[in-house]
Design a binder for this molecule. Sequence first.
Ligand code: UDP
Length: 243
Amino acid sequence: MDAAEDPTVRYGRVMLKISGEALMGDQGFGLHPPTVARIAAEVKTVHDLGVEICMVIGGGNIFRGLQGSAQGMERTTADYMGMLATVMNALAMQSALESIGVFTRVISAIPMDQVCEPYIRRRAVRHLEKKRVCIFAAGTGNPYFTTDTAATLRASEMNCEAIFKGTKVDGVYDRDPKKHPDARRYETVSYDEVLQKHLGVMDASAIALARDNRLPIIVFSLDEPGGFRGILAGNGTFTLVGG
Ligand code: UDP
């Protein structure tokens, strides 16, 4: 069924942002193929509705620039290594999606023609119109940024209606819910409150960019089976960052 025909789904084009760590399952590092397959299946359920899907996957399960620089590595070099890690994750997701019949393109901010496509905005838009899932890799292509900022940037460029940030918790809390059982989940929270209270939804540059482009961010749990599709229909538990 096309999204336009399904009254429960209000979105035509969305960005799904997941951290690299979401792909490592219970392992402490790297890729856990059954977990990648599970997330790919979640994406397929939304793709089957005709929703156009952009994805950005982090690289923290393999390498983070800040960790490298803390160990004495030059920061920009470490960041490029982090960006390359995101390409590996994007390829893993591409493989999982294509194995279940979802056509995809991996589009890298750093050209590497033998591996994936370079980022050309109009071409990416065309892929989306043809219902290919676009997985944007290598972040923004610049050191000192994160994949949260890359997701916000690409979502703005692709005219996505919202960013769906899949995490391990079902929204944004006033305190860490794993440490404080009485932590309170926000139903909605403004961009400015997220920034002022350091709520840790995304880094500050990503939040500011989303605010300036009036791009809502929906934070939800990726661990909930059927969660992504449910959230798109406005069901389940989540926090809406907007206003
Ligand atoms: N990175 C970067 N520029 C970008 C995006 C990412 O330099 O535009 C690097 C940075 O070193 C970062 C790493 O890639 O630590 C992995 O991305 P991120 O930390 O956002 O991954 P996540 O935490 O979402 O898994």
